[in-house]
Design a binder for this molecule. Structure first.
Ligand SMILES: O=C(O)c1cccc(C(=O)CC[C@H]2O[C@@H](n3cnc4c(=O)[nH]cnc43)[C@H](O)[C@@H]2O)c1
Length: 216
């Protein structure tokens, strides 16, 4: 079983990389790929990778923002659906996405009712973690207005900059996948001093390592 773990930055999976060094798992070969921040980098790197070799499972691991202030920092979730949060047009005060203006159809593959849904088909040992819905954007949301527009339109729980590109590529290539996100911050008016990146990276990697230990 070939498993590929991808991340936007090296920092997000460095503890896993350190853990894997010199280790061999009986039933799986694990490789890692740092794709870069954002959808463009993720799509390019995945397309390039899949053209050469298709893994049996791909895991995207990263930190993310969450919309619900009752969530604790460092909460780890599996994303079960993704939506694109800023691909569309502005129409005076309104934002319309490509489905709204009918350039895309709600069920055009790989979308289902406008969403990039992971059914977790053929994913072995899916971690028993809470499921959450994701929205993917190009600019980290940092205003009350943007937060509310996204909530009203997509009702997301988690925001990242890569998730939708990952779901899109894996769904089209029919490769089993799951996206693991650990919460580093709330989606709110930007205050970087409140972000808990080291905590989020630590728990994210603990979850990844726990997952691979199940393969032993
Ligand atoms: O502004 C900074 O100094 C800064 C330093 C480190 C990281 C950042 C990021 O913006 C991280 C973007 C990166 O992490 C994911 N992420 C984390 N939180 C969010 C969020 O609230 N909204 C969207 N993406 C988030 C994202 O997937 C990127 O890979 C800034």
């Amino acid at each position: 079983m070939k498993i590929l773990v991808i991340a936007a930055t090296p920092f997000e999976i460095q503890p896993l990389i350190d853990h894997l060094a010199g280790r061999q798992y009986r039933n799986c070969q694990i490789s890692t790929l740092v794709c870069g921040i954002g959808m463009m980098h993720t799509a390019y790197q995945l397309g390039r990778q899949f053209a050469v070799s298709k893994p049996d499972l791909v895991i995207q691991a990263g930190i993310a923002g969450c919309f619900d202030h009752s969530w604790e920092m460092g909460k780890v979730v599996v994303i079960d659906r993704e939506q694109l949060g800023d691909l569309g047009v502005e129409d005076d005060q309104a934002y319309k996405d490509l489905f709204d203006i009918q350039l895309w159809q709600p069920d055009q593959p790989p979308f289902t009712n406008r969403q990039l849904i992971n059914t977790f088909d053929r994913v072995p040992h899916l971690p028993e973690l809470p499921k959450a819905s994701g929205v993917t954007i190009n600019t980290v949301s940092g205003s009350e207005r943007t937060r509310q527009v996204l909530l009203d339109k997509y009702a997301p729980e988690v925001e990242s900059m890569e998730g939708a590109a990952f779901h899109y590529a894996c769904l089209l290539e029919k490769i089993p996948f799951f996206q693991l996100r650990s919460i580093s911050n709330y989606v709110e008016v930007r205050d970087k001093s409140k972000w808990k990146i080291p905590l989020a990276i630590q728990v994210l990697n603990e979850a990844l390592i726990k997952y691979f230990e199940r393969w032993n």
